[in-house]
Design a protein around this ligand. Structure first.
Ligand code: HXC
Length: 510
């Protein structure tokens, strides 16, 4: 009996060593952790239960039958994060560069299916050179099997991808189908085709970083939702993110004890809005002063900075916050901001997370760059996302809510449940200057008359009272009481029931 047990332990030890000590050392030299070290850091200590550690590839081409490594380049299983179940797969770059074989894909699909069945998030960690070249079409079939599960799981369980090394070719599309992608700065890159192919096809000279590093995807393309300094920070932040999320669409957002009373008022908010309507202020201050203990997990902070999206809690319960940021491009809605927020709103709606929206928006971004880029379609995404969302929606307009952007930003007209405005709100078709220049064009040469018209427009339109008189705003609230008013509104919405007409699925503008 003892020798059988020892034989098992020896087999396990072999699997744990992956591609061997030399390749592990190389991994560490690059500043990266190994697949197993990452899983250990991500999950609660001792909670990881590994599955399929003895799986090997079945390839006989290119001498592969002589080269089998148990586990076959991916570590899979489940564990807990702060006591809550999650499923993981972590690509092992030390084994055939983590490349995808058919056997490896079967391991990943098994984890994906179990996660859906048991209602728990899946976290995929990528450090991989793409398709297992020796396996040809079998590898492509494996990718498609994973993609299929990604698609079927979408909206059922949260799916998170963390890129911690190369992620090329077939490996980019599974992350792209998941809810959130994060990267590690300097050591990770993501692209469909690498620098050599780019040079051949387009004659462009690019490095891994300039083609697909975090500086590209977290800032310019918006493909990823955040970038971290190193593996440890990334994994610690994933633990923090998972704490905000339900295990599946069958659950409500998780509840966490808090000592932060909703009676906490904040007098400093009464002076947050500057006297000059064109002077920016930091909307993040309002968010952090509203949510429990100021704890806010921001999504895509470096992309589309004119809109802020992220998770916080009210009375211990997760909320998604969407807010225009006057500090960047005056908080205007452009292509990037619309896409970013639309996806976030849809995530919240999938997973029963109430949405709190803070509005200070001068409108949609004008210009050929935006129109040629399809602003109409992209702006419509955000409108669509808010309109179809049936989760509780609470809106606070702090300052500008102009034009179409007023409608889009969770207005009453798109089934906003509770819509508040600060007394500083200006809810109108446009700002006073623009409005006067259009409707009093004939007086443009007369500064006195223009000043008179502007004053009259401001008095009559640039305030929250016109909208409040019509019931489009439920109340005009004191800025210092925002936390209490939002929390109380959310309380009333706990029993909200709303559904959309039956359909196979909608046809959101893509
Ligand atoms: C098999 C691979 C591999 C692959 C790397 N390895 N990629 N084995 N299939 N795709 C192996 C290497 O042979 C090597 O084995 C080990 O992994 C480490 O690789 P290195 O090249 O030494 O590492 P590094 O210098 O860090 O370079 C990393 C890399 C490079 C940039 C990712 O390995 C690379 O370019 N790989 C190929 C990328 C690629 O073209 N993949 C196919 C994409 S097409 P040893 O034994 O020496 O340690 C694709 C289509 C799918 O994915 C589409 C589906 C929709």
């Amino acid at each position: 009996m003892q020798d059988v047990i020892e034989a098992l332990e020896a087999r396990r030890e072999k699997a744990r060593m992956g591609g061997g000590a030399a390749r592990i050392a190389k991994q560490h030299e690059k500043g990266k952790l190994t697949a197993r070290e990452r899983v250990a850091l991500l999950l609660d200590e001792g909670s990881f239960e590994e599955t399929d550690m003895f799986v090997e590839h079945r390839s006989h081409d290119f001498g592969m039958e002589e080269n089998r490594i148990p586990g076959d380049g991916v570590v899979t299983g489940h564990g807990t994060i702060n006591g809550r179940l999650v499923y993981v797969f972590s690509k092992d770059f030390t084994v055939f560069g983590g490349s995808l074989s058919k056997a490896q894909s079967e391991k990943i699909v098994k984890v994906q299916k179990m996660a859906v069945q048991n209602g728990a998030p899946v976290i995929g960690i990528f450090d991989v050179g793409g398709a297992r070249i020796q396996e040809g079409v079998d590898s492509l079939a494996g990718y498609a099997d994973i993609f299929m599960e990604n698609v079927l799981s979408s909206g059922v369980i949260p799916q998170i991808s963390v890129i911690m090394g190369p992620c090329a070719g077939g490996d980019v599309y599974s992350p792209a189908l998941t809810d959130f992608i994060f990267m590690v700065k300097d050591t990770s890159y993501m692209y469909v085709t690498g620098p050599d192919v780019v040079k051949t096809v387009t004659n462009e000279e690019v490095t891994h970083e300039t083609l697909g590093g975090a500086s590209v995807h977290a800032v310019k393309s918006g493909v990823v939702d955040g970038a971290f300094e190193n593996d440890i920070e990334a994994l610690t932040q994933m633990r923090r993110l998972v704490d905000f999320l339900p295990g599946s669409n069958r659950e409500d957002a998780p509840q966490r004890p808090t000592f932060d009373t909703i009676e906490r008022s904040d007098a400093s908010l009464d002076t947050l809005i500057p006297d000059n309507p064109n002077t920016p202020y930091d909307m993040k201050e309002l968010i952090e002063k509203t949510v429990d203990e100021g704890d806010f997990f921001e999504i895509s902070p470096a992309f589309g900075g004119n809109i802020i999206c992220g998770f916080g809690r009210m009375e211990g319960s997760t909320v998604g916050v969407v807010a225009n940021q006057p500090m960047t491009l005056a908080g205007v809605l452009d292509i990037d901001a619309s896409r970013k927020a639309a996806r976030f709103v849809r995530f919240c709606d999938c997973f029963n997370i109430p949405i709190v929206t803070f509005v200070d928006v001068p409108g949609f971004m004008p210009g050929t760059k935006q129109e040629y880029g399809g602003l109409i379609k992209h702006g419509a995404k955000l409108l669509f996302a808010y309109a179809e969302a049936t989760v509780p929606k609470v809106t606070v307009i702090t300052r500008k809510a102009y034009g179409g952007a007023y409608d889009v930003m969770s207005s009453k007209h798109l089934r906003g449940d509770v819509n508040y405005a600060w007394p500083t709100a200006e809810i109108a078709v446009m700002g006073a200057k623009g409005a006067v220049e259009i409707i009093f064009r004939k007086d443009l040469g007369d500064a006195e008359k223009i000043a008179e018209h502007t004053k009259s427009y401001e008095d009559n339109f640039a305030n929250p009272y016109v909208a409040a008189k019509k019931g489009y705003i439920d109340d005009i609230i004191m800025p210092h009481s925002t936390r209490r008013r939002v929390a109380k509104a959310l309380r009333t919405l706990r029993g909200k029931e709303m559904s959309n007409p039956w359909k196979k699925h909608d046809n959101i503008p893509l």
